[in-house]
Design a protein around this ligand. Sequence first.
Ligand code: ADP
Length: 542
Amino acid sequence: MLGLMQDWPLLVSKILDHAAINHGNREIVTRTTEGPIVRSTYADLHARSRQVAKRLQMAGVKLGDRIATLAWNNTRHMEVWYGVMGIGAVCHTVNPRLFPEQIDYIINHAEDSYVFLDTTFLPLMEALGDKLPTVKGFVLMTDAAHMPETKLRDVICYEDWLAEADSDFIWPTFDENTAAALCYTSGTTGNPKGVLYSHRSNVLHAMLANQADTLSMTSTDVMLPVVPMFHANAWAVAFAAPAAGAKLVMPGPKMDGESIFELLDGEKVSVTAAVPTVWLMLLNYLEENNKELPHLNQVVIGGSACPPSMIETFEEKYGVEVFHAWGMTEMSPIGTLGRMNAYTSSLPRAEQLAYKAKQGRAPFTVEMKITDDDGKELPRDGAAFGHLMVRGPAISKSYLKGEGGDILDADGWFDTGDVATIDSEGYMQITDRSKDVIKYGGEWISSLELENVAVGHPEVAEAAVIGIAHPKWDERPLLIIIRKEGTNVSKEDILGYMEGKIAKWWTPDDVTFVDEIPHTATGKIQKLALRATFKDYVLPTA
Ligand code: ADP
């Protein structure tokens, strides 16, 4: 017997309809690529997105066509995002920080028919334009007054193009399993792979994001997503904020400490989200300029492990609560978030901090388990660690065009490539990426935990740990350090500081100092490049 409830497909256009009807005056504030800060509302966004949708249909764009964006977090990007998805075309957010060869690869792989770009990325497209045969037009997201000189072929001025349509448009209805958005993983090994979200997965994930134990945005919140719309679905914010009616503050191209502070302070931002490297810049700026954060309540930190020292600084010095989150592009991307639960909220502060440093608990619709090399499930005791496996309605079942083959096991679990523990309260803690873990004889050493402890030293700016081949022990850890400016911390100082904070047999065999640690397009330490740099390194213990 089937239920007798209405057939109301979960389409992302419904999110925007809801925002416009119920929170129409709520603002979207943007630092534009042109410079000035501009204001609009959800009602404006609703109208302009339908205008984009109508104009796209006039250009012949149909259900399933891929449309690329190369753009910062700004209002125009939101209009194109909803306009494209609203007609059942696929919004392909291209990460401009990928290498040009990767950008060329993914636009061709996705067979994008138009590219919408901020003027910042014009030089990039001028260099690649002739290698992108599927692209019929490059729409520069600016007005006629700001159109730059360019030799790029088939250039269109966004505002002129848009003015050829009006907003008298009704969203079409189609199957909720229709593809809505495409985001490539950054491809640290091999080519980037396309993660293809559906309308259903995006709507369900927006609801997951707004669960009270997750991002939990409300209509009184002011959200500043520093995390870009081109990185892992903007951590759901571009859907979850309008669904909640939260005011949105979009940072545009400027993500340095001073620019972010100006928006946090000026717009009275209550909640914000970004990777640790962004927060490092902000915390430095606050310290150097003696600034406070009186309006901010919550900061969500994820994408890479958040060092416990960062959590303490935000909470103790600035009175801002930190939530550590974990996820991945394939998970839309939120997997866990570390709010206190009934048990942990009653613990003494020091014990709470240990829980806060973990990556957090799974919201409803994320299933999670850890397994050994034979696929056997390991206990949830906070000690056993193994391969982190996930299942859920907003998690990939395969990549675009079947790249990478079958990615689920026989029971439908996806291997995240992370190694983790899960404790009896359900808190998951990443110990490493499976390919970065240091294999010491039969044991594993977590490079992440060593890095977290090392950056706690007041004279350390950044730390990375890699395994170096060892004649007796397989691999032993090498600690690579960037000193804070004006300091001269030594190997002995650092190892002395780490003593007692880690198991003795985890102690790095050597410490080396560098000026720079390479990062991926999404702010993660590039272990592959570090391993290449140090491939001939001989440990003093070897
Ligand atoms: P990209 O490489 O494009 O950034 P993802 O955002 O999908 O791709 O990266 C997902 C991976 O990032 C996870 O599998 C995990 O290894 C790492 N990661 C994300 N959040 C955290 C976190 N809070 N702590 C540790 N690692 C994290």
